[in-house]
Write a protein that binds this ligand. Structure first.
Ligand code: UP6
Length: 253
């Protein structure tokens, strides 16, 4: 996986969204996902417009918006189409299948109706994945977490990877910090905890540089505050895009 160019991995991917992502990444020359963790809809839309040209994925925590209205996702869908990126709700589903099904489709956020990919914890097991399987969606399963003091152990991580590989049609990839599934080029490693010149946030988050995460197997790197707290998010996004893409080119050399 680590040496293969993204475009050559399309053929290995069984999940539609993974195929689509590899295509977008190769065409736009970007392996950057922005974590748009803001609390106002207009800020969210502005971030999508500003970072859109440089990203393959726009990651939201839609439940932190203070002024949520379904119009905001309609706006995001249009921007995603214009700039060719996917919408990614980082919901980290973790309940029993039936509950997750309702959290995914119902409530005021109706995540299934607009998010192309979502995240889920693996701890509830296969039933949860069966419950959220739909025609054309994608799920990133969390096998590791970027915080210091995380209680996820090696056994949990290995079992998560095994579970993910049993659902190639549904699973787009795995959220982790290390190259855990190197012989499976159809799956995408998504790695958060990326920022230059900062080691952590005082609340457990640990940061690595673009070079380090790509070296550790990331196919897509998630950058949040490194971009959102910049006075010019478009400039910051282009900078992270170019560093991450450069690191990827070096990896496949
Ligand atoms: N995230 C992590 N670590 C994980 C999984 N997810 O930080 O292991 C998510 C957070 C946040 C983003 O929920 O949205 O990635 C990181 O943001 P930051 O770059 O501002 O720290």
């Amino acid at each position: 996986r680590l040496k293969l160019p993204y475009e050559e991995r399309i053929a290995y991917a069984k999940n539609n969204r993974a195929q689509e992502l590899f295509k977008i990444m190769s065409e736009k020359r970007t392996n950057l996902c922005v974590a748009a963790d803001v609390t106002k809809s207009d800020e969210l839309i502005s971030l999508a417009n500003q970072t859109g040209p440089y990203i393959c994925l726009f990651k939201t925590h839609i439940d932190i918006l203070e002024d949520f209205n379904i119009d905001v996702v309609e706006a995001l869908k249009k921007i995603a189409e214009k700039h060719n990126f996917l919408l990614f709700e980082d919901r980290k589903f973790s309940d029993i299948g039936k509950t997750v099904q309702m959290q995914y489709s119902n409530g005021m956020y109706k995540i299934l109706s607009w998010a192309n990919v979502v995240t889920a914890h693996s701890l509830a097991g296969a039933g949860m994945l069966d419950a959220i399987k739909h025609g054309n969606n994608g799920v990133f399963l969390l096998a590791e977490i970027s915080t210091s003091g995380s209680i996820i152990d090696k056994n949990y991580t290995e079992k998560t990877v095994k579970l993910a590989l049993q659902y190639p049609d549904l699973v787009t990839g795995i959220v982790c910090q290390n190259p855990l599934f190197t012989s499976e080029p159809g799956f995408i490693q998504l790695t958060p905890g990326v920022q230059l010149d900062v080691e952590g946030d005082g609340l457990g988050q640990k940061y690595n540089t673009p070079d380090v995460v790509i070296g550790n197997g990331a196919d897509i790197a998630v950058v949040g505050r490194g971009i959102t707290k910049s006075s010019e998010p478009n400039v910051a996004a282009e900078k992270y895009r170019s560093l991450l893409w450069g690191a990827y080119l070096k990896r496949i050399e």
